[in-house]
Design a protein around this ligand. Structure first.
Ligand SMILES: NC(=O)c1ccc[n+]([C@@H]2O[C@H](COP(=O)([O-])OP(=O)(O)OC[C@H]3O[C@@H](n4cnc5c(N)ncnc54)[C@H](O)[C@@H]3O)[C@@H](O)[C@H]2O)c1
Length: 509
């Protein structure tokens, strides 16, 4: 990022994305606020729609480019909302590079609902509207330093932080029913303390492995350290963490910081959700599993002997700081296990993410920045539509039904989470009648030294019993996520139990 000394926050996005509305929440202290459409209206003495109609699009674009460039060139901080088409000008795109560009990403359907009844000249015909949307979307994407998901309204404080971020840091602003939070993905974030909120007391939860590499960043007087591994994700540990929080006198003005993988995140998040009925919490995910998946969406919880993640709460984090540099110390087996969650996301997303993930030849933390960011974006987009797992979010369970059953049947000790999910993906693709895709996934798992065959010592009946206790079970049976083509998952699919048994048995072959 080549920021101006005092960059402006510039909102870009399609018509109806909420750019003008976003300006309303800009505090005076941030500086001057300019809505380019309004500025054009003032300059030409009529509404933008009338100017467009009477003088034509070319004259409008000329006025728009000139005003936009002058606003960007003279900006000293502040915030600017661009017209939807301003980014089609190469000169505007160049001028944007020194500012913090915030793309308000909205679906074509939502945008149309918002503007269809207006007099906007480019919103009179749905087919033309959709074509323009598809044309501009990659331009917004390419320019964005921050992507605000699902038409939400971002908090500007965290966005302004980007001016001092390490180069290459990207940001999402995730929104869902119960709130929004920033997600920073970059390198060198932890060593700078970048993104960490400062108010209140911070209570760190981590594990011994993570602390041995990153212990100098935590507060030694307010840190709870667990032994590594799923075995610690229990109510017994929760109890110990709660008691420590009491001893330290933590109140609802304080926060929990989870520094670790998915185990630390789920555990610390659950403690934060429940202690004094809820404290703020920050996730600093340190494994690939956590950076591509578990750190987002606010699902927290612990295991019971009877089942994984059986007790928990939804509790959105205040901030997620994914420092990809931290993956350098991750053992290669953990990186591979984490890749399964990334790969699952790629299967769900299809398109460019799938192409990128299937082409990964060897796992190297230096090449994972984009994968981490795109997986975070996919997950946060899904959660934005369905925070409480009642619909779309269930897609994220692809491979998890059989995967979780394998973990429970082996007392969470035989396989890493991602390894079990890899086996679960194979079973899910068998149940999806997608033999070609199953073969390809099998080959990719092998390429990364991941298991594709279930250890014969794993008791088949125990796996089948665990499947019966699946949390997603309804009176009709366990609903599977199936997928015939990358990018086309189907949730809640009831499958003949005999076929399920056959798909699990096949894993022993
Ligand atoms: N909440 C959610 O939405 C969600 C989603 C997916 C998975 N999960 C949960 O995540 C858990 C699995 O997470 P995980 O795979 O991160 O496991 P983990 O937290 O046990 O971490 C794996 C291992 O890596 C070590 N480690 C972590 N970061 C390191 C680093 N930077 N350098 C060196 N070592 C490091 C840990 O000490 C541990 O030994 C499971 O409990 C699963 O249920 C939750």
């Amino acid at each position: 990022m080549r920021m101006a000394p005092n960059p402006a926050i510039v909102f870009i996005g399609f018509m109806g994305a909420g750019k003008s509305t976003a300006l309303e929440s800009v505090p005076d202290a941030l500086g001057e606020v300019i809505d380019i459409d309004q500025a054009i209206g003032h300059q030409v003495g009529m509404s933008v729609a009338d100017y467009f109609k009477t003088k034509g699009e070319a004259a409008f674009r000329e006025a728009e480019e000139s005003l936009t460039l002058s606003a960007l060139e003279s900006a000293e901080g502040g915030a600017i909302a661009l017209g939807g088409g301003a980014v089609e000008s190469p000169r505007v795109r160049e001028a944007l590079r020194t500012h913090i560009v915030v793309w308000l990403d909205v679906s074509a359907g939502t945008a149309w609902e918002r503007v269809a009844s207006s007099d906007r000249p480019l919103a009179q015909d749905r087919a033309r509207f959709d074509a323009l949307f598809e044309k501009r979307r990659p331009v917004y994407e390419e320019l964005a330093d921050v992507i605000v998901l699902a038409g939400g309204a971002p908090a500007l404080g965290p966005i302004a932080l980007l001016a001092d971020a390490p180069p290459g840091t990207k940001m999402l602003y995730a929104t869902s029913e119960s709130g929004g939070y920033p997600v920073f993905v970059g390198r060198g974030l932890l060593s700078r303390g970048f993104g960490l909120p400062h108010s209140g007391q911070s209570f760190w939860v981590t594990d011994t492995n993570v602390r041995s590499s990153y212990g100098n960043y935590v507060d030694p007087l307010a840190t709870f350290e667990i032994e590594p591994g799923e075995g610690q994700k229990t109510m017994d540990t929760v109890h110990r963490v709660w008691r420590e929080m009491v001893d330290l006198g933590l109140t609802r003005h304080d926060r929990v910081i989870a520094l670790g993988g998915g185990v630390v995140g789920d555990l610390a998040g659950f403690c934060a959700a429940t202690y004094q009925r809820g404290l703020r919490w920050v996730q600093i995910p340190t494994t690939l599993v956590a950076q591509v998946d578990s750190a987002y969406g606010g699902k927290t919880g612990v295991d019971l002997p009877e089942g994984k993640n059986y007790v928990g709460a939804y509790h959105l984090p205040e901030t997620v700081i994914a420092d990809v540099d931290m993956l350098r110390t991750l053992p290669v087996e953990e990186l591979a296990a984490g890749f399964v969650e990334a790969f699952k996301t790629a299967l769900l997303a299809g398109g460019p993410l799938w192409e990128r993930a299937r082409a990964v030849e060897s796992l190297d933390s230096t090449a994972l920045d984009d994968v981490v960011f795109e997986c975070a974006r996919y997950k946060c987009t899904v959660v934005a539509e369905d925070e409480r797992d009642s619909g779309r979010r269930q897609v994220l369970n692809l491979g998890h039904t059989v995967g979780h059953a394998i973990e429970a049947a082996t007392a969470y000790g035989r396989y890493r989470h991602g390894e079990a999910i890899g086996l679960g993906l194979l079973a899910a693709l068998r149940l999806s009648d997608a033999p070609g895709l199953r073969d390809e996934v099998d080959e990719i798992l092998r390429r990364h030294d991941l298991p594709t065959v279930l250890d014969p010592a794993v008791d088949l009946d125990a796996v089948l019993d665990a499947l019966q206790r699946d949390k997603k079970r309804t009176a009709a049976g366990v609903g599977f996520v199936l997928l015939s083509e990358p990018g086309e998952p189907r949730t809640g699919q009831l499958v003949d139990p005999a076929k399920v048994e056959a798909a699990v048995k096949e894993l022993y072959a």
